[in-house]
Design a binder for this molecule. Structure first.
Ligand code: UD1
Length: 425
């Protein structure tokens, strides 16, 4: 295979997407669960792991550190007893995923040291790590940053503390929890993120013997440090953003898609309530959602905000939906300051957007036209692929490799329900 960055997708347009899609496990849950397993020497089994590049990188990175970790289908078997390499700054893929920053908390807590590098991830604006660094320091950890290298060490056990996270952050909440599990004494964490994946991670860690209590209304977590953790088995719940992406695919293609294999419908109320305003018929059962659309959709206005607000990871897909819907709409992106790449590509297809800072105004058009597009981030890639499926003529998407970081088998899942997407190397 040539350089993986050369992957292009050729997509035939005017497709109605109809059929059944089996939803995979959540990327943003599987990554922290695998990483937090570092906190125990005992055997861990994790089921329903999505087969995506971000996961392959983290698994390879743990191997690089000395972990005994392997995959069989979508189950991951881990034993971290022999981790001995805490110098990962030169690991070849360290800058390719945002999740690598989540190693800071568990490694410093368990091994009292780590030498790592700044994380990567999607190019969606500034992605500072100050909330991770400054709050982990509060456990008595010394952290020095030089030329994008992070050196952290502590003289013995971390010490529990009172931590008020200055801004709601999914990643920082996790890192601080990880640091507190084996710390001496009590840690009080205020202003936590309420993403469902945080509670799943807590469920997993408590199953292993940690002592974490959550006070949801107050946005507070209290952790009593423990000496060590046990092993255990855990199943990753469904990927909320994958569900939302296929729901939008059904609406924009005037299709009929059923998302199966869902075990957390109550966690996507925010997506369901917005998409129900498009005019689509949503049939919601315990483990599935069917989205039937027979007409041109109505546009919806959203503003992204931390959970339970509307997820920023669905903003690109809603831009596509609005681009071909009836009426004007406004999208306000409140989480990331430059999550706009997909909009310039949709404009090449004939969409009408006007952007003022973080506010995206859209005037729906009847159709999009096939074009040559450049994918620049994960959710944007999925959005452009669906746009290609419904446009007039063919669409060619360059740099499609971003997609494989976070969606399992996306092209095949779409091809099974009526798309015509070919990979070109
Ligand atoms: C996580 C997800 C990512 C998703 C994002 C928003 C993982 C590995 N990544 O990213 O897929 O798009 O949530 O749902 O699960 N911030 C700071 N300083 C920090 C950290 C964050 O200022 O140290 C800011 C960010 O720039 C952003 C906001 O806080 O404006 C929220 O970011 P955060 O919730 O931390 O997102 P990530 O954990 O990076």
């Amino acid at each position: 295979m040539k350089n993986k960055k050369d992957i292009k997708l050729l997509i035939s347009g005017k497709k109605k997407l109809s059929g059944i899609v089996n939803i995979s496990g959540s990327k943003n849950l599987a990554l922290p669960i695998i990483i937090s397993s570092i906190l125990t020497d005992n055997d861990i089994i994790i089921k329903n792991i999505p087969l995506i590049n971000d996961i392959y990188i983290i698994i390879d990175l743990l191997k690089f550190m000395g972990s005994n970790i392997y995959f069989d289908k979508s189950t991951c078997y881990i034993n971290n007893k022999y981790i001995n390499n805490l110098d990962i700054k030169n690991y070849k893929h360290i800058n390719e995923t945002r999740a690598s920053i989540l190693l800071l908390g568990p490694t410093i807590s368990k091994f009292n040291r780590i030498s790592t590098s700044f994380p990567g991830g999607c190019n969606i604006g500034d992605r500072p790590i100050d909330l991770h660094i400054n709050n982990i320091k509060k456990f008595g950890v010394n952290i020095y940053i030089n030329n994008n290298i992070i050196n952290a060490f502590s003289n013995g056990k971390l010490i529990g503390n009172y931590i008020n996270i200055e801004k709601i952050s999914f990643g920082a909440t996790l890192n601080i929890i990880f640091a507190s599990i084996l710390a001496k004494g009590k840690t009080i964490i205020k202003n936590i993120s309420l993403e469902p994946e945080i509670f799943e991670v807590i469920k997993f860690l408590n199953k292993l013997g940690s002592k974490i209590k959550v006070y949801i209304k107050e946005r507070i977590i209290i952790v009593e440090g423990v000496i060590k953790l046990k092993g255990g088995i855990f199943k990753i719940s469904s990927d909320r953003i994958e569900i939302g992406t296929f729901m939008v695919s059904s609406i924009v293609s005037k299709g009929d898609i059923t998302c199966n294999n869902i075990n957390n419908i109550s966690n996507i109320k925010n997506i369901i309530s917005k998409l129900s305003k498009t005019g689509a018929n949503l049939i919601i059962k315990k483990n599935s959602i069917r989205v039937i659309m027979n007409y041109r959709s109505k546009s919806i206005s959203i503003k992204t905000s931390p959970y339970p607000g509307f997820p920023t990871d669905m903003q690109p897909q809603i831009c596509l939906l609005n681009s071909i819907s009836i009426g004007n709409s406004i999208i306000i992106e409140n989480i990331f300051n430059n999550r706009l790449n997909h909009i310039y590509e949709l404009i090449k297809m004939g969409a009408k957007f006007y952007i003022k800072k973080n506010i995206i105004y859209c005037l729906g058009v009847n159709n999009l036209n096939g074009s040559i597009l450049n994918a620049k981030d994960l959710r944007g890639s999925a959005t452009l692929i669906i746009a290609g499926c419904i446009a007039n003529d063919n669409t060619l998407i360059n740099n499609a490799y971003h997609l494989y970081r976070g969606y399992e088998n996306f092209e095949n899942k779409l091809n099974i329900i009526g798309a015509d997407i070919k990979r070109i190397y």
